[in-house]
Design a protein around this ligand. Structure first.
Ligand code: AHM
Ligand code: MG
Length: 344
């Protein structure tokens, strides 16, 4: 049996980009290297004194776990050294990280990352992930990267993907020509093509939302959840509820099996919780490339949002296209507004 490794695949696909001279190829390869290094640490997280909180807050006032910081540093180091990337934006840094070395300034791309998403799951050995997306810079080559390179619409992403550190480690990415998944074979240390041309089922029977927040949800979400729970055999209801609390893992399941993932506005998070630039946009690009749908629940396509700031949040409805469309019907009919927290 022949195995195609990630690096072989990336090189074979270089011809898909008539104007690319291998830069994107090299950049993706560097992301793959960072992923392997992070994977090694995540795997031994229970063994070494790397577990637990580092004691500093990130820009959102959330406590950073040590591995978050470690993963952030690995992406920075790997991309800085690639020579193809002039800067990075990440969940862990308030401002963009500019790579101002002469070589890096020649890079045509910038990268956004959530270095370790769902990190509250680390201490209990539950799957977590890294999310990335790549943009062509809009500032001139040879100069420092600027904020405008990062606050581009999701439609401008040239590539996006994630690494899931689960029962096996996988990298799933798209360059705008379908979605492919690679599983890490630990015996050879290579990501191998295991899931070519992934298609998200148009419908599914799994819904994924933090239902503990039910009372804080808009009426449209509450009514949609009741719809999911109703008994109606011809439409496959009641649906199954699954929520890991790790976007990459919850999305990965929806991608392969079909389903809907919702993180709506709520009384606790009036703008939604998830971040547009480095969480929702890459997941939305993968979704659309696999035939699914990603919106804010108000029929606005996530990829069309023009970001105003680096850490902007957005309500997120993503998954099988028929399920997202149905949820939007409920939102339209019963309302998008979250209840006032004092009234709950
Ligand atoms: P993080 O980037 O701080 O890890 O937060 C993002 C995570 C997502 O992975 C997940 O979908 C969501 O937060 C879970 O939030 P909640 O615990 O409110 O359900
Ligand atoms: Mg995150």
């Amino acid at each position: 049996m022949t195995v195609t490794t990630l690096n072989e695949y990336i090189i074979e696909r270089q011809a898909d980009f008539p104007y690319a001279k291998g830069e994107l190829t090299r950049l993706l390869t560097h992301i793959g290297v960072a992923a392997k290094v992070i994977n090694r640490e995540v795997n031994k997280a229970g063994l070494v004194d790397i577990l637990g909180e580092i004691g500093t807050d990130n820009v959102h006032g959330e406590e950073q776990k040590k591995l978050d910081v470690y993963a952030d540093q690995k992406f920075i180091n790997s991309l800085r050294a690639s020579g193809e990337c002039c800067g990075l934006a990440s969940e862990e840094n308030q401002n963009i990280v500019i790579f101002d070395e002469d070589l890096a300034k020649q890079g045509k791309y910038v990268v956004t990352v959530d270095p370790l998403d769902g990190s509250s799951n680390i201490d209990v050995n539950v799957s977590i992930g890294s999310i990335f997306s790549i943009f062509r810079r809009v500032t001139p080559v040879g100069h420092n990267a600027g904020i405008e390179d990062f606050i581009q619409e999701g439609t401008k992403q040239v590539a996006a993907g994630y690494i899931i550190y689960g029962s096996s480690t996988m990298m799933v990415y798209t360059t705008g020509k379908g979605v492919n998944g690679f599983t890490l074979d630990p015996s050879i240390g290579e990501f191998c093509l295991s899931h070519p041309n992934i298609q998200m089922p148009a419908s599914g029977n799994i819904y994924s939302i933090n239902e503990g927040n039910y009372l804080k949800f808009p009426e449209g979400v509450k009514k949609y959840l009741k719809y999911c729970q109703e008994i109606d055999a011809p439409t496959g209801r009641p649906y199954t509820s699954r929520y890991i609390g790790s976007l990459v893992s919850d999305f990965h399941r929806s991608l392969l099996k079909g389903g809907i993932f919702i993180y709506p506005r709520s009384a606790a998070y009036p703008k939604g919780k998830l971040r547009l630039i480095y969480e929702c946009n890459p997941i939305a690009m993968l979704t659309e490339q696999a035939g699914g749908k990603a919106t804010d629940g108000k029929k606005n396509r996530i990829l069309d949002f023009k970001p105003k700031d680096l850490h902007q949040r957005v309500p997120f409805f993503v998954g099988s296209r028929n399920m997202v469309a149905k949820a939007e019907e409920f939102m339209e009919k019963f309302g998008h507004e979250e209840p006032n927290i004092e009234e709950i």
